[in-house]
Ligand binder design. Sequence first.
Ligand SMILES: Nc1ncnc2c1ncn2[C@@H]1O[C@H](COP(=O)(O)OP(=O)(O)O)[C@@H](O)[C@H]1O
Ligand SMILES: [Mg+2]
Length: 256
Amino acid sequence: MSYVEVKGVAKAYGKRTIIENINVSVAKGQFISIVGASGCGKSTFLRLLLAQELPTHGEIHIDGAPMAQEPGRDHGIVFQRYSVFPHMTVIDNLVAAIAFDTNFWGRLSRARRTEERTKARKTLDRIGLGHVAGQYPADLSGGMLQRLAIAQALASDPKILLLDEPFGALDPGTKIVMHDFLQELRDETGMTVFMITHDLEEAFKLGDRVWAFDKPVWDEEDPEKNAATITYDFDARDDGIPFQTLRERTNVLQAR
Ligand SMILES: Nc1ncnc2c1ncn2[C@@H]1O[C@H](COP(=O)(O)OP(=O)(O)O)[C@@H](O)[C@H]1O
Ligand SMILES: [Mg+2]
């Protein structure tokens, strides 16, 4: 059964259509990797899933219901650039994410605050940041910062995790550690994940499916002119498809 259903979705800014004819359905717990050239509307698509913006045409249903008009607690999002507050300690950063999620920290009772702090502490232990709880972001490595950002996104127990080039800035070793971390989290929570990446190996390693965003019609004079869509939907778990073939095809798309 499909969990996320995207039907005939298009998004335009003014007269310019960025993406169109997006028709996909995603089962609960699936991991979707998204690849494609810059400017093809990948981040725009995530913003639609996040309900930060509304589609110009079409509909998105999540768990059978039309999407809420406003970003809700069902989604967590992580960007490549760290979304942590530099002036707060690691644990305060996490507590702030929980507080933001519950709308207004000031309204929470003292008992509730203590409870949230305990919860934050447990999450930090879980993601391997317990020992730096009292330190500031400037003291953390890139991998640790990105763990913290993921922990913030997970503060509201999202059913869908949206990752916009989350590991792009990390060195290869840290990347691999983060892949394991993400895979564990996913096994534990059964979350549905959408991840944009420029790293094709990463896309196939982590994803159940790999979507390529591209413009079916290219205008050499005006590369911004035509809309993009999902031109390939690969089953990344199908060993029958030679990886090399996929790589060649998607490389063509990425090279643009
Ligand atoms: N709020 C906006 N208003 C106008 N144009 C936008 C807006 N957001 C994105 N765009 C344009 O939409 C296109 C796709 O952007 P984006 O979704 O960020 O692509 P990608 O993530 O694939 O690189 C870009 O050309 C960008 O300039
Ligand atoms: Mg983008």
